[in-house]
Ligand binder design. Structure first.
Ligand SMILES: [Zn+2]
Length: 344
């Protein structure tokens, strides 16, 4: 079968690999009908070091169950399923608490340990706990939005939850990538009165406004902090949804948060220590977040997607075939595409 392999910085290839197959009794084999490229895929695409082992990429997909192991009881062949970016058993203490990304038997797709979803098919460990069977056919018109439940919509929602977004509050979203745009949707859905999008790409800002952003701040650094604070009555915002993961983004988050406010960080951090510990301390800021337990959020977000109340699938602005995946990485890396859908 064909699959995407990252060999080094800027070197991503689609090649023939051994067919995915069942290994454990709790596995399912899924044929990928739609996958996508994630902003977080761009980190290794930019930074992979010589000597690192090749990685089979991709952690978001919708597909059809082709086969199940003898220990799989809730799924059947032909089910249309969405996979969260992490696999989980659904039975341990953390899964019961809704924190599936900390599952004691879990792990992540698209790593050196487990092949990813930018492929014709993939093996899903702990399939009963991991996969969510969708009440739709394989060609449903809602497929783009349903695909975002694999990661970006659930991740935006996690940022909003961790940032304690609520009715009547002011929120700021740092980062205008697909997660940031979904964070705008999530903030609006949870009742934020004012949503300030911090970003500077015209196409993304336009979409953010359609998703519910009330204000846009294009500046960066200290200028951005001053602009947001001014927009928020000089006090700062209640909720900061940090969807980038750089030291600068976290500094900005701490700079714009109102005393007693909360920061939800979902951008994979590329800094050693959280900066700004002194202002964060004196302003009584809560800093939360991490990898989103999207498996827990599918149940909550799915009705809104099915009813068309939210349309996170609009973040996809390019659809490619599997063999064009290297072009897709280049386009996202150059910010020529917001998010790329792959139809193997
Ligand atoms: Zn678990």
């Amino acid at each position: 079968m064909r699959a995407t392999v990252l060999y080094g910085a800027g070197d991503v290839r689609v090649e023939n690999v051994p067919d995915a197959r069942l290994i454990e009794p709790t596995d399912a084999l899924v044929t990928v009908s739609r996958a996508c490229i994630c902003g977080s895929d761009l980190w290794p695409y930019q930074l992979m070091q010589p000597g690192e082992p090749p990685r089979r990429m991709g952690h978001e997909a919708i597909g059809v169950v082709e086969a199940v192991g003898s220990g799989v009881h809730t799924l059947k062949i032909g089910d249309v399923v969405v996979m969260p970016f992490a696999y989980s058993d659904g039975t341990c203490a953390f899964c019961h608490e809704g924190l599936h990304t900390s599952c004691v038997h879990g792990g992540f797709f698209g790593t050196v340990e487990l092949p990813g979803a930018q492929a014709e098919a993939l093996r899903i460990p702990l399939a009963d706990g991991t996969l969510f069977a969708l009440p739709v056919g394989a060609d449903d018109a809602l497929m783009a939005s349903l695909l975002t439940l694999s990661d970006v919509m659930g991740t935006g929602h996690h940022a909003a939850r961790a940032a304690k977004v609520g009715r009547g509050k002011t929120a700021a979203v740092i980062g205008d990538g697909a997660v940031g745009l979904c964070a705008v949707i999530a903030a609006r859905r949870l009742g934020a009165e004012r949503i300030i999008m911090m970003g500077h790409h015209p196409d993304r800002i336009a979409l953010a406004k359609e998703f519910g952003a009330t204000d846009v701040v294009k500046e960066r650094g200290e200028e951005a902090v001053a602009r947001v604070r001014a927009l928020a009555g000089g006090l700062g915002v209640h909720s900061v949804l940090e969807c980038v993961g750089t030291d600068q983004a976290m500094r900005t988050a701490i700079g714009i948060a109102r005393a007693g406010g909360a920061i939800g960080r979902v951008g994979v951090p590329h800094y050693e220590a959280i900066p700004g510990s002194e202002p964060a301390f004196y302003n009584n800021l809560m800093i939360g977040g991490g990898p989103a337990p999207v498996r827990a959020y599918i149940q909550e977000l799915l009705p809104d997607v099915l009813e068309g109340k939210i349309e996170p699938g609009r973040v996809f602005d390019r659809i490619i075939g599997l063999d064009e995946v290297p072009d897709g990485y280049r386009a996202m890396n150059q910010r020529a595409a917001i998010k790329v859908m792959v139809k193997p």
